[in-house]
Design a binder for this molecule. Structure first.
Ligand code: ZN
Ligand code: ZN
Ligand code: ZN
Length: 131
């Protein structure tokens, strides 16, 4: 299990320009890793919408970042961390360049894809409707 003591959640990120312009259609949470076919708990690249496995599996998302500089990814499940406890939500957004989790509630650019991912995973939008 990862140690979570040093994990930071940021409310800003300088890399949001990498976000795909079409995040209304994203792969479903059970999409396998496109390289090793690891079946679930993968990460979605928010730049090219590729689905890749985590650093706890075969590190394909990490390799993808190193090769393409696509730093923003959305985790359909983040092992060892319970960072976003909105109801039963266990989605998280990670920036490899910031080396930190991003608060999808606060960062407006992340909200639409976060909401879409919640609907895909839980069948409903996340419970943040604070304006
Ligand atoms: Zn960043
Ligand atoms: Zn993989
Ligand atoms: Zn990518």
């Amino acid at each position: 299990m990862a140690k979570s003591g040093s994990v930071e959640i940021r409310t800003s990120c300088d890399h949001l320009a990498y976000l795909s312009s079409d995040l209304a259609h994203i792969p479903t949470p059970d999409t396998p890793c496109s390289r090793c076919q690891h079946p679930n708990e993968n990460w979605l690249c928010l730049s090219c919408k590729d689905v890749l496995c985590s650093r706890y599996v075969n590190k394909h998302m990490l390799q993808h970042f190193q090769q393409s500089n696509h730093c923003l990814s959305l985790g359909y499940r983040c092992l060892g961390h319970v960072l976003f406890t909105f109801g039963n939500s266990d989605l998280s957004v990670w920036c490899n360049s910031c080396n930190a989790y991003l608060d999808a509630q606060v960062i407006m650019q992340l909200r639409p894809v976060y909401e879409t991912a919640c609907i895909l995973k839980f069948g409903e939008a996340p419970p943040f409707h604070i304006v």
